[in-house]
Write a new protein. Structure first.
Lengths: 360, 288
């Protein structure tokens, strides 16, 4: 039995289905990321689990017990809010103690558990401070300690790192994954940041317009996107409008405007003549001075080079099409220059073919 | 740039500061100066330049101290009544839908839109011996003789609460507005029932609004004059009324000045003590 079960959960706002028949089973100790653009229903789903919202249909089971109609204070979930939502009128130690006091834990046990929780997030020396005297990263850790100290069934994190600056976010990401692993708690977190989802989660659920597009390991959703939406939402996609020329022997050949012929080895429910989009991730596109024999290899002209320090981004023109290619800057000095003629290439398994649809 | 930066404080705050100095600070200083003089009430000649006679006269007299007591009692009751009725209203306003909120807000501030005198006469119609309440009660044969509602402290408290209620509601409402809804959700998530979340989180965080509202209502009540005069009549005297009487009827200006100073100092002290008590007390964290 899964630790948390969502079964056909729906939440409507008027005619809008914010959450549309979402079913998920999350195992004990699993870290699950709900990933998607804003308005995709991920935060609504989190609030349904926490009990701040009641589903219009479906079941939410925690450890087998249906909690869909229980108020938040009877659900035993621990939530870290995007704004941290620390109690500004209470010192850090009292913030952490709050849930234990509500549970009528005895005083000595409260003191011990608060100290442990603060030690876990390395803030044992700041218990007497007030939240506004702490930095963003410290507030974040207090919020985590406050949610963990009550030993909740499920830990819920709402955009846990989005309020931190880029450098601190990297550090906190490492620290957070360490803490979550050491505690071994079942965790759902909501994020619109794919790096966060891919690096923190055992399983990533990509959501769009209230529905689950794909659920799988980080490698699965990135390397084997189930839908065009997932392919375009993750990574940095190049999307090329095309028409299917032929489908034969596990190979789809597509014709792009300007007579370019792109080959894909991926399965797709398309047939000759369909209007499709060919999606290729930017970091899978290679630049070469001469064709190296890959099936997708096209003469092109380098329009612009963007120097990003660690990365180099190339804007390449291919007839009427534009492609972005990203390479690591290895510092070996062989950087092509704008205006240069070269070849863009990618393996057949890197072109994903999908029925033409909207961009995310 | 430099010059304009140096001029900025004067240009921005200067006019108001000037106005307050000329029309508030100077008169108050004159009030203090006048309060230590003594005049012969028959001839209106100043017979002593520096004396505490007026203060002694007030502070060692049962009648005057009684009036002071009445004033403070009325003001505390008005503040409490406004707080107890205003908090739920502010709380509701905060969660009401925009249209409903606008309508209720208009209702709440409506006492401020009507002239003081008209509003007081309205209460006379309601509370008088032949008024609405007594009419209903005697019509239903619940009372044999009309209840004495007019010209009582109760009437004054009701009338003042009605006028000053908006200040309390608006002060509390604006402090409730500043509370991050997620903070209340966090309390519930950690196991607090809605009632517990209110007592442990919402209420403490709205204390600044309670303090501000209480101070405004108390200060306005203590110095109120027209409403007590109209609804309390000659039987409910307040300090402001005494000062007026000494000033314009008895023409003992120095004594009137001393009464005003006593009221001013006392009010300032009460407000300071209250503020201190709350800020240093249970809710220190709120004011960090």
């Amino acid at each position: 039995m899964a630790h948390l079960d969502l079964i056909g959960v729906e939440k409507h706002y008027g005619s809008v289905r914010a959450v549309d028949r979402v079913s998920l089973a999350i195992d004990q100790g699993e870290r699950l990321a709900l990933l998607g653009p804003s308005g995709c229903g991920k935060t609504t789903t989190l609030n349904l689990v926490a009990g701040f919202l009641t589903p219009d249909a479906g079941e939410i089971r925690i450890a087998g017990k249906d909690v869909a109609r229980l108020p938040p204070h009877k659900r035993n979930t621990g939530m870290v809010f995007q704004s941290y939502a620390l109690f500004p009128h209470l010192p850090v130690a009292e913030n952490v103690a709050f849930g234990l006091r509500m549970r009528r834990v005895e005083r000595p046990a409260i003191a011990r558990r608060v100290a442990e929780a603060l030690a876990l997030v390395r803030l044992d020396h700041l218990g007497a401070r007030y939240p506004r005297q702490l930095s963003g990263g410290q507030q974040q850790r207090v919020a985590l300690a406050r949610a963990l100290v009550i030993h909740p069934e499920i830990l819920l994190l709402d955009e846990p790192l989005s309020n931190l600056d880029a450098k601190l976010r990297q550090e906190m990401r490492m620290e957070l994954v360490g803490i979550l692993k050491s505690v071994g708690i079942t965790t759902i977190f909501v994020t619109h940041d794919q790096d966060e989802a891919l690096s923190l989660a055992d399983r990533v659920v990509v959501m769009n317009t209230g529905r689950i597009e794909q659920a799988g390991t980080p490698v699965e959703v990135y390397e084997e996107p189930a839908t065009a939406f997932v392919a375009k939402f993750l990574g940095e996609p190049n999307v090329l409008a095309a028409r299917v020329a032929s489908v034969a022997g596990g190979e789809i050949a597509c014709e792009l405007e300007g007579g370019y012929r792109v080959v894909s080895e991926r399965k797709a429910p398309v047939q000759a003549g369909d209007r499709v989009e060919v999606i290729v991730r930017a970091e899978r596109v290679r630049l070469a001075r001469a064709p190296s024999g890959l099936p997708n290899s096209f003469p092109a002209r380098l329009e612009h080079v963007m120097y990003l320090g660690g990365d180099l981004r190339y804007l390449v023109r291919l007839g009427p099409h534009r492609l972005i290619a990203v390479e690591k800057n290895r510092g070996d000095g062989d950087v092509p220059v704008a205006g240069q003629a070269l070849h863009v290439e990618w393996p057949a398994r890197e072109s994903l073919v999908a029925a033409a649809g909207p961009r995310p | 740039m430099r010059v304009s930066e140096r001029l900025a404080p004067w240009l921005l705050a200067g006019p108001v500061v000037l106005f307050f100095v000329v029309f508030f600070a100077v008169p108050v200083a004159l009030l203090f100066a006048s309060s230590v003089e003594r005049v012969d009430t028959a001839t209106f000649q100043v017979i002593e330049r520096f004396t505490l006679h007026n203060y002694r006269r007030f502070l060692f007299d049962r009648f005057y101290l009684g009036v002071l007591g009445t004033t403070l009692r009325i003001s505390v009751l008005v503040t409490l009544a406004a707080l107890v009725t205003g908090y739920p209203m502010a709380s509701y306003l905060q969660r009401a839908k925009p249209r409903e909120r606008a309508a209720l807000m208009l209702l709440v501030v409506s006492p401020l839109l009507v002239s003081l005198v008209i509003r007081s006469y309205g209460w006379i119609i309601v509370l008088g011996p032949l008024g609405l309440i007594n009419g209903v009660l005697s019509g239903l044969h619940l009372v044999s003789a009309p209840l004495k509602l007019m010209y009582t402290e109760t009437a004054v408290v009701i009338g003042l609460t009605h006028v000053f209620y908006p200040f309390m509601v608006l002060a509390i409402y604006s402090s409730l507005q500043t509370i991050d809804p997620a903070v209340v959700q966090a309390a519930q998530n950690l196991g607090a029932s809605p009632r517990m979340a209110f007592w442990r989180v919402t209420l403490p965080l709205s204390v600044p609004g309670i303090v501000a509202g209480s101070l405004i209502v108390f200060a306005l009540s203590v110095s109120s004059f027209v409403t007590p005069a109209l609804l309390g009549g000659p039987w409910v005297k307040v300090v402001a009324y005494l000062a007026w009487e000494q000033n314009l009827v008895v023409l003992d200006w120095p004594f009137a000045a001393a009464i005003s100073v006593i009221l001013l100092v006392l009010t300032a002290f009460v407000m300071y003590a209250y503020n201190r008590f709350v800020e240093r007390g249970w809710f220190a964290g709120v004011f960090q």
